[in-house]
Design a protein around this ligand. Structure first.
Ligand code: SF4
Length: 275
């Protein structure tokens, strides 16, 4: 689908908790695509996948990563792999041993029993501890199956489908991605991260492949890490300032008329917890 270059109007979203919109207004979908194109130029799409894990490994990795810095959740994952010979051993171990192995992650006392519950549920439903059957499912069906597991929400399910070797079309939304989407007026400010998955994915062209959807997540996340900071977003050097109602409000409507060809010369904020 061609990217529209005509700028949509910039209504600010409501500030209170909001329900998911039933459909995406065309001007919002156009803004989402134009922002995607600008951010892809800035951050260099296609973006290489950072993982090539088996689906079950990715599920464990994703469960550990909630509200945890990337480096810390990676350390917790590595330690689990080193201390236990298999995920079956993690599932059946005394919970305190799992908790100790993942102490680099946030809330190990909650994540250890939750991880074991999820692994037990996979075993009960599959008759074995593996997720190989997901490869034969349509993305929506696989997403629903994953989200039926205890402790698995839309972000974890999408991470398994997109980031693992399955490489399926799915859009994870972390806290950086969500913040940028809210500020761009793509979703209402009060729409929580969970329900925002369906809304943001519905804005993407149905013909996009898994790499393009992955790129969309990555560039929105990178922009949140490197420019659209939680405190003090750097609107003055933002490549989507002219599309952004929040940025327009912050700079007093003085849009610089970017053509979107410049890279965002921003410090590397990678490793920030994304939730
Ligand atoms: S203009 Fe400002 S608020 Fe809008 S996306 Fe850019 S950095 Fe974020």
């Amino acid at each position: 689908m061609p990217i529209q270059t005509e700028l949509p109007s910039l209504p600010a979203g409501p500030r209170r908790r909001a329900a998911a919109p039933a459909t995406t207004p065309p001007e919002i979908a156009a803004r989402a695509l134009l922002a995607h194109e600008r951010l892809c130029r800035a951050y260099g799409c296609p973006i290489a996948y950072f993982h090539a894990l088996a689906p079950l490994d990715e599920l464990v990795s994703s469960l550990l990563s909630h509200r945890t810095r990337n480096a810390d959740s990676a350390r917790a994952f590595r330690t689990l792999r080193e201390r236990f010979p298999s995920w079956e051993a993690v599932r059946d171990a005394p919970v305190g041993e799992v908790q100790e192995a993942i102490r680099a992650a946030t809330w190990p006392e909650a994540k250890a029993p939750a991880l074991q519950r999820t692994l037990r549920a996979v075993t009960e439903r599959r008759g074995a501890l593996d997720l190989d059957h997901l490869a034969a499912m349509a993305p929506a069906e696989a997403d629903a199956w994953l989200q039926s597991l205890p402790g698995v929400g839309p972000k974890t399910a999408a991470a398994v489908l997109s980031f693992s070797v399955l490489r399926r079309r799915a859009l994870p939304v972390d806290s950086h991605h969500h913040r940028v989407a809210v500020r761009l007026g793509l979703i209402p400010a009060g729409l929580p991260v969970g329900p925002s998955h369906r809304v943001l994915e519905a804005m993407l062209p149905p013909g996009w492949d898994a790499q393009q959807v992955y790129d969309n997540h990555e560039v929105m996340m990178l922009h949140g890490q490197r420019c659209c900071f939680f405190h003090g977003p750097a609107c003055g050097r933002c490549v989507v300032l002219d599309l952004c109602p929040t940025g327009q409000e912050r700079v007093g409507g003085a849009a610089p008329g970017r053509d979107g060809t410049g890279r965002a010369a921003v410090p590397d904020g990678g490793g920030e917890a994304a939730g």
